[in-house]
Design a protein around this ligand. Structure first.
Ligand code: 13P
Length: 269
């Protein structure tokens, strides 16, 4: 039996005051999550604040990115050990908003802006290895663009990303990961992936993990779905056998809706 996870990705939202209010709101209204794990991925500037706010609660805290070196001349970057030193225990890696394939052209932006932060399969793998080395629990993301889905390439793209993120890891290391399947076209659009299709692709992720690290590791590994998860659609997603939880953006920014998602994860056990 895999323990479900409900994870909130706050993205670039919440200064320290807002982060404290949101975290306290979740702590104050959340019932005991039973068998579910609850993690909030907060801006780096709010890590210490939120770690303090959720102390003595079942909520755990993660960073949204890390750099693969321990220290040095990398202006603006944050190392795994720095994250650990805040008391956070998790880290998000390879979110599509950080990969060089986000593909969303906003007004006033040029093609040069679209890659955002340029994470690649290679840097995602390097960051995953570093996270494991410093003892952080990584949620590593994969997912296809709309054009890739329309071209019938979803399984190839997602499978390739999963193979790349696992490159060089031992089965014991792979067993420490959580993988999030987040179709890029479903993120922040309100257009959730059909639950059965999300389940199918999460199954593709699991089968690649089985090839790389063996069936026992694949059976135990948690695979989350992300992309427009809301209190209205979460039960259908959580009911799927290959979906072990959610990675949630928008609906994690209000205590009330995030707490409802946590309740749905707990009820799925
Ligand atoms: P939304 O839930 O806002 O679609 O965001 C999903 C996401 O990117 C979580 O990492």
């Amino acid at each position: 039996m895999r323990k479900p996870i409900m994870a909130g990705n706050w993205k670039m939202n919440c200064d320290n005051d807002e982060a404290c209010k949101l975290a306290c709101g979740i702590v104050d209204t959340m019932a005991a999550p039973g068998e579910a794990e609850v993690v909030v991925f907060v801006p780096a500037t709010a890590l210490t604040t939120v770690v303090n706010c959720v102390e003595d609660s079942p909520i755990e805290v993660g960073a949204q990115n890390l750099f693969w070196a321990d220290k040095g001349a990398y202006t603006g970057e944050i190392s795994g050990r720095m994250i650990v030193s805040t008391g956070a225990r998790w880290v998000l890696i390879g979110h599509s908003e950080r990969r060089g394939r986000f593909g969303k052209l906003e007004e006033g932006w040029t093609e040069a802006h679209v890659a955002y932060f340029g994470d690649s399969d290679v840097t995602v793998n390097a960051k995953t290895r570093k996270a494991l080395e410093v003892g952080l629990k990584p949620i590593v993301c994969c997912g296809e663009l709309l054009a890739e889905r329309q071209a019938g390439r979803t399984d190839e793209v997602v499978g390739g990303q999963v193979r790349a993120m696992l490159d060089g890891l031992s089965p014991a290391e792979v067993a420490k990961l959580v993988i999030a399947y987040e179709p890029v076209w479903a993120i922040g659009t309100g257009e959730v992936c059909d639950a059965e299709e999300a389940n199918r692709v999460c199954g593709v992720v699991r089968s690649v993990v089985a090839e790389v690290a063996g069936p026992a590791v694949a059976e135990g590994l948690r695979v989350l779905y992300g992309g427009s998860v809301s209190p209205d659609n979460v039960a259908g997603l959580m009911a799927q056998p290959n979906i072990d939880g959610g990675l949630v953006g928008g609906a994690s920014l209000k205590a009330e809706s995030f707490v409802a998602l946590v309740a749905a994860a707990a009820a799925s056990v």
